[in-house]
Design a protein around this ligand. Structure first.
Ligand code: AMP
Ligand code: GLY
Length: 421
């Protein structure tokens, strides 16, 4: 079975690793990939066969006889050409939704309208286009949450404790147009612990996977600016039976029924970002893909035949019994480069990778230098994942293993797996 995974970060490295550990024989491909990913998977694009568009991506898949395309990141799904749409036309099973359905992630207003239309719990909101409308919608009530209505690499959201911070963000988005044209949502501030729920959705069927919690801020104690995520924790123990059932009954199933009612086809992972408020779980956002770094915590716990699971699911047949999740806790810890998240520094040599034992290392932003050594090449650089029977054991292990890896300017949180529990 020839499987292509689209993307180039730690999440895609984790997806490919999980597929490679399946008992079914697979031939793995990656686009655009990275040097570390190419240790597991062949590059789909070659100098003779460059890939510059969704169209050329699909042509390359056809030339190579790819049986299954797995979308790791959202960017190709939400484009005008839509990766899943193009795969469907070419007759290639795709794990990841068509662009119409991927609007659940690409447009925050689309997602809010969907949630409200289907009676799924979420915070109140007002879409606005001007600063005056925004100020009126905020109505002097803080904290308030401001969201640019489009893809902004995780940087289009501001939780504003006061007027000064709100005015600064409004100015960036509506005056300076930092993220380009687009509306802004003024959202009700929700309080409570957050949890990320992942489901595999195949038309009318769904399977809820192991939950996770990620750490978005750069510094310990959830301080500092938002990042793509500095670490994540996953365990089946994070949800008790009552809460699991509430999330399924009020959120997951109504979402699947809503997609059907709205004529939005869906085969792929759907990520529900939830706030566990005192009035019950509420949806903060949907993403039409696995989380990153949550994938690096969740997927190492998958047992069974993940390759066949994805292949059959992409063809319309969800077989929950093909996979299970191991007991215990899995924690992933991100090492980021100097300057992240405002910027990132590349070219710092990485040492100690070969010392890691009993933990996994996923590469988020590395490359091989002229002498074949890995060096930094991005904001989030490496993700180390370890498991343990208890959360404390997993924390101890992941820090011990991550300590073995070094590079100049490394940034790492010291409270991953302990804070928020
Ligand atoms: P989003 O990109 O919509 O997931 O927002 C990024 C982060 O901002 C979330 O993970 C939350 O930590 C925070 N956030 C977003 N919306 C709200 C909200 N309505 N209330 C409180 N915090 C929020
Ligand atoms: N970890 C957050 C995300 O993948 O969007």
């Amino acid at each position: 079975m020839k499987i292509l995974v689209v993307g180039k970060g730690g999440r895609e490295h984790a997806i490919l690793t999980a597929i490679s550990e399946s008992p079914s024989p697979t031939d793995l491909y990656s686009f655009p990939g990275s040097d570390a990913i190419f240790e597991l998977a062949k590059p789909l694009a070659t100098p003779e066969r460059p890939v510059e568009s969704v169209e050329s991506l699909v042509s390359a898949m056809q030339a190579e006889g790819i049986d299954l395309c797995v979308a790791g990141e959202e960017s190709y799904l939400v484009r005008e050409e839509g990766l899943a749409n193009a795969c469907r036309e070419a007759g290639i099973p795709c794990w990841g939704p068509p662009k119409e359905s991927a609007q659940l992630e690409a447009s925050k207003e689309f997602a809010k309208e969907f949630l409200v239309r289907h009676g799924i719990p979420t915070g109140g909101y007002d879409p606005v286009t001007t600063i005056d409308e925004a100020r009126a919608a905020i109505g002097g009530s803080y904290p308030t949450v401001l969201k640019f209505d489009g893809l902004a690499a995780g940087k289009g959201v501001a939780v504003c404790p006061d007027e000064t911070s709100a005015e600064a963000f409004l100015n960036e988005v509506l005056v300076e147009r930092k993220f380009g044209p687009g509306r802004l949502l003024v959202e009700e501030f929700l309080e409570g612990p957050e949890i990320s729920i992942f489901a595999s959705i195949v038309d009318r069927d769904y399977q809820i996977l192991a939950p996770a919690r990620d750490y978005k801020r750069i510094f310990d104690g959830d301080e500092g600016p938002n990042t793509g995520g500095m670490g994540a924790v996953s365990s089946l123990e994070m949800l008790d039976e009552d809460l699991r059932r509430t999330i399924e009954d009020r959120i997951v199933r109504p979402t699947v029924e809503g997609l059907i009612a709205d004529g939005l086809p869906y085969r792929g992972f759907l990520y529900f970002g939830l706030m566990l408020t005192k009035d019950g779980p509420k949806v903060i956002e949907y993403n039409c893909r696995f989380g990153d770094p949550e994938a690096e915590a969740v997927l190492p716990m998958v047992r069974g035949d993940f390759a066949t699971y994805l292949f059959e699911a992409a063809k319309g047949d969800l077989n929950p019994e093909l996979i299970s999740f191991s007991e215990g806790w899995s924690i992933c810890l991100v090492s980021a480069s100097a300057g992240y998240p405002a910027s990132s520094r590349s070219g710092d040599p990485i040492t100690g990778l070969d010392q890691v034992a009993g933990a996994r290392v996923f590469h988020a932003g590395t490359r091989r230098n002229a002498v074949g050594q890995y060096e930094t090449a991005g904001g989030r650089v490496l993700v180390v994942t370890a498991s343990g029977a208890t959360r404390d054991a997993a924390v101890a292990k992941v820090y011990a293993e991550s300590d073995k890896i070094e590079f100049p300017g490394r940034q790492r949180r010291s409270d991953i797996g302990t804070r928020n529990f």
